[in-house]
Ligand binder design. Structure first.
Ligand SMILES: [Zn+2]
Length: 133
């Protein structure tokens, strides 16, 4: 039977669709990971790398920003509904995200400073050996 090429088309379309599905799965995983990290984020227990990825994703994903707002409402808002305290959750959350950004930068600086100190200590030890020789 002569191959007229038409049978190739569905296979090609199928391939495209599979790729799209795979991409959608990766996307969904990213959002799922974000969602799962929200409680740790609100308790400030994420590692620097996790926090970095979290904040990066947050700044570019309105859907996850909404999810964070909802969880923040439950996390910070509900206890205070009972006490009748007035609050502006959107602003508080905004402030908290800014604070976490600052913390991440400060921790990075500290890590860099510790690394330099260690380098300096190693250099001192090396120099000490040189003088002993
Ligand atoms: Zn997202």
């Amino acid at each position: 039977m002569k191959d007229n090429g038409i049978t190739e088309v569905p296979a090609f379309l199928d391939h495209i669709q599979k790729e799209e599905e795979a991409e959608a799965t990766v996307e969904a995983t990213v959002h799922k990971d974000f969602e799962r990290q929200i409680p740790a984020f609100l308790q400030d227990t994420l590692s620097n790398a996790e926090l970095d990825a979290f904040l990066n994703h947050l700044s570019g994903c309105p859907a996850c920003e909404d999810e964070l707002s909802i969880q923040y409402l439950v996390y910070a808002g509900m206890p205070r509904l009972e006490t009748g305290e007035t609050f502006n959750l959107q602003r508080e959350l905004h402030d908290y995200v800014a604070l976490e950004n600052q913390r991440l930068h400060r921790r990075r600086e500290l890590a860099a400073a510790a690394f330099l100190l260690e380098l300096g200590a190693m250099a001192a030890v090396a120099l000490g050996y040189l003088f002993l020789l």
